[in-house]
Design a protein around this ligand. Sequence first.
Ligand SMILES: [Zn+2]
Length: 88
Amino acid sequence: MLLIRCPWCGPRPESDFSYGGEAHIARPVQPETLDDAAWGDYLFFRTNPKGLHREQWCHTAGCRRWFNAERDTVTYAIARTYKPGETP
Ligand SMILES: [Zn+2]
């Protein structure tokens, strides 16, 4: 079983966590200026890298806090986890 390190609780089994999608997606500064294509891009299109990927995770069966992780999409190895607001 994969162990994921919650920044607050420490290592826990992957079944404790929920995946939350790609991390560090900036909200549009002036959303009223976006056309439909730009909104669609913001809402639905994500990167799909082969290799290191920054993601959001939630410790749903523990402290219920959100955090970020750097995970290799090929090996599933999580290089590190960090709290929201921290620089990766
Ligand atoms: Zn936790």
